[in-house]
Design a protein around this ligand. Structure first.
Ligand code: ADE
Ligand code: ZN
Length: 324
């Protein structure tokens, strides 16, 4: 089954580029940029990755991003991820980046986006991997900061397909960003949002109604509202689910308890993604294998996750037809 999964063409729709920072690269960049990090070795970094909820992860994750300073750093980070994509037969990826994690430290928006998109362009020609970029607002910061970030993105409008919402879900519901999402839509961006990861099913409904999202990131807590599950199935609203993330962050105690297969069988457009693979122990193939092993998936079920991801992607309709 592992060989079938590895060879299956895959599309990734939920991936934070900052979450692909492997401990070895973290060390290399810390040295290169003379940034102090509180670890003695890459193994010590890995040992520190014991999380009990989303916040305990985010605290370590934002700290890790401090080593990213130059355009070349963002290129190197993104290129390393794209090589993993190639090894896993990921043929298209839609990556998130969190500009505020960097602009708050005095790194220019331009430095971040130039490094990321230079790697994505190189992957298009050298690795035959297509891509899109989604800019996320950090929901623990305020609305004014999100508006400021949206203004900074405007000169790069042609490089960013959508805006998203990530970071601490509890205490920061979708309504906090209704106006900035409305402005983003008016400027031509598609929208997505993390909802129903740690927060209640109501956040999923509000992301759809107040933020006008085209996809829900995570969304696994939809099962707490039967009416919502029916609506998601009927509308084929995609859920970008991240199985290894969910078990690492204790959304589910173990993979056998994960609801992704139930959701698939109920007819929802669920997809498999890696979220922050350097922190959660696996890239795309690892996530597929973890679900397939715990739930004894058939090849048809596994392939359906890939077909769903093509359907849910922001690629041109014409390209979708040739992919599937
Ligand atoms: N930022 C990076 N990974 C995240 C996740 N799983 N949930 C919310 N914000 C995130
Ligand atoms: Zn995420």
């Amino acid at each position: 089954m592992k060989n079938f999964i590895k060879g299956l063409p895959k599309v990734e729709l939920h991936l934070h580029i900052e979450g692909t920072l492997e401990p070895e690269l973290m060390f290399e960049l810390a040295q290169r940029n003379k940034v102090a990090i509180p670890y003695s070795s890459p193994q010590a970094v890995r040992d520190a990755y014991q999380f009990h909820n989303l916040q305990s992860f985010l605290d370590i994750y934002y700290q890790g991003a401090n080593v990213l300073i130059t355009e070349q750093d963002f290129f190197d980070l993104t290129w390393a991820y794209l090589l993993r994509c190639k090894a896993d037969n990921v043929i298209h990826t839609e990556i998130f980046f969190d500009p505020q994690t960097h602009t708050e430290r005095g790194i220019a928006f331009k430095t971040v986006i130039d490094g990321i998109t230079r790697a994505l362009e190189q992957a298009r020609t050298q690795l035959d991997i297509s891509s899109q970029v989604i800019m996320c607002f950090l929901r623990h910061l305020d609305e004014d900061a999100a508006f400021e970030t949206l203004a900074q993105a405007m000169p790069y409008r042609d490089r960013i397909v959508a805006v998203g919402l990530d970071s601490s879900e509890l205490g920061h519901p979708p309504e906090k960003f209704a106006r900035v999402f409305q402005a983003a839509k008016k400027a031509g961006f598609l929208t997505v949002a993390h909802a129903g990861e740690e927060g209640p099913a109501q956040n999923i409904l509000d992301a759809i109604d107040l933020l006008g999202v085209s996809r829900i990131d995570h969304g696994v807590r939809c099962v707490e509202n039967a009416e919502l599950v029916k609506q998601l199935a009927e509308s084929r609203m995609p859920l970008t689910v991240c199985p290894l993330s969910n078990t690492k962050l204790k959304v589910f105690e173990h993979m056998g308890q994960h609801n992704i297969v139930d959701l698939l069988e109920t007819g929802l457009c669920v997809t498999i993604n890696s979220d922050d693979p350097a922190y959660f122990g696996g890239y795309m193939t690892d996530n597929f294998v973890a679900v397939a092993d715990a739930h004894q998936l058939t090849q048809q079920q596994i392939a359906q996750f890939s077909l769903n991801a093509i359907e849910a992607s922001f690629i041109e309709q014409a390209q979708k037809v040739t992919m599937s």
